[in-house]
Design a protein around this ligand. Structure first.
Ligand code: CP3
Length: 344
């Protein structure tokens, strides 16, 4: 990457520059652990009402920055907006989670999808709103789900145990799953390029369910589509890409080598000392404090933070959790974490 603004420590880290104080942001940093989020969500009706209301989504994106002055802001939206734009209905069942209909258990169902990319227009409006009001040292991150993770929801119509429906269809009818993966990937490239055009400065690909795949399947459904997205995005825009193949474990090094991502996100099950040894020495890493340790707080939290900082002291590192911050996380613990990382 070239030409990173010198005053944005997260962007500089993504460009391969180690910082003496690593930049910090948290996955799901805008969300239900914040009373101001819960208040706005109650006022607007629900999560999707927030996402589809650009001024509200802009406000939600900015909320955690006011409290914690994070180095990164992440667009407030959801990875399931792409299935919605590909033609599935999307809603959230209270207390349960996302639903997509119709579910895609057959080739015929996949072929019948009718895309409407205008569904993504409010999200670009949010990006423009955030970009116009971001503090000058804060880096603005866009995102999308990776095709495999998105496909697991599209095929099952909801979150699924061990992603069994998608894994079974991938063995039974790989050509149909390839068609679906390609459609997701095509829209994802347009969507990420659109986010960049509207003002994001880096993007993250969330592959939350990459961990459930056998190695050969991991190559086909995670590595190959990710590499294609990175290559095609690079042909259109010049921003760093963070890949987050949650649960990839021993397959992380191959992912880092083969996908072309600029930086790699690590979940909390990865030993940071191992990761530092196995990953390319110049590659920026992001992570990987256990979100449950952040709930516990206290001296155990301090020790956990120090362990992550020490393991990545010699390489470009973006401090983050290993997965999203949870709803019952005390705000005081987030304050303690930020102070510890910044040495205060
Ligand atoms: O990091 C961020 O804050 C950016 C926004 C963002 C959200 N979801 C907001 C959200 C991002 C990047 C996501 C990613 C996402 N969404 C993933 C991949 C990462 C991961 O967490 O594994 C997945 C699998 C989803 C799908 C999804 N969205 C689920 C399963 C749920 C319900 C579970 C839950 O926590 O309630 C959502 C809802 C969702 N997405 C919320 C938020 C803030 C909670 C909405 C609410 O009830 O207010």
């Amino acid at each position: 990457m070239t030409g990173s603004p010198p005053n944005k420590s997260l962007l500089r880290t993504l460009a391969g520059e180690r910082q003496s104080v690593p930049p910090i942001w948290l996955m799901r940093q805008a969300g239900r652990y914040l009373p101001e989020y819960r208040a706005l969500r109650a006022e607007k009706g629900g999560f999707l009402d927030l996402v589809n209301d650009p001024p509200a989504a802009t406000e939600v994106t900015l909320q955690p920055l006011r409290r914690f002055a994070f180095d990164g802001a992440i667009l407030f939206s959801d990875i399931l907006m792409v299935p919605n734009a590909l033609g599935q209905r999307l809603w959230f069942e209270a207390g349960e989670g996302p639903r997509l209909a119709p579910e895609l258990r057959t080739r015929a169902a996949i072929d019948a999808l009718e895309a409407d990319s205008a569904i993504l227009d409010p999200i670009y409006a949010t990006v423009r709103g955030v970009a116009a009001s971001l503090p000058p040292t804060t880096t603005f991150l866009g995102f999308a789900g990776s095709p495999w993770t998105v496909a697991t929801y599209m095929i099952a119509g909801k979150g699924s145990r061990e992603q069994a429906e998608a894994r079974r269809l991938a063995y039974a009818d790989p050509a149909a799953v390839q068609t679906l993966i390609d459609r997701i990937a095509d829209m994802t490239v347009d969507y990420l390029a659109g986010q960049v055009a509207a003002g994001v400065e880096a993007v993250q690909l969330f592959d939350s369910w990459s961990g459930s795949l056998a190695p050969v399947e991991f190559e086909r459904w995670v590595v190959a589509p990710t590499a294609r997205i990175v290559e095609r995005l690079r042909a259109r825009v010049n921003v760093p890409v963070i890949g987050f193949p949650k649960g990839a474990g021993g397959k992380l090094a191959a992912y880092a080598r083969e996908t072309g991502v600029d930086a790699i996100g690590l979940d909390e099950t990865v030993d940071p000392v191992w990761a530092d040894r196995e990953l390319p020495a110049t590659m920026p890493v992001q992570g990987n404090l256990d979100p449950l340790l952040l709930i516990a707080g206290g001296e155990a939290l301090d020790r956990g933070v120090d362990r992550v900082l020490a393991a990545f002291a010699d390489r470009p590192h973006i401090f983050n959790l290993g997965h999203g911050i949870q709803q019952d996380t005390p705000i005081a613990h987030v304050e303690r974490l930020v102070a510890r990382v910044r040495g205060r």
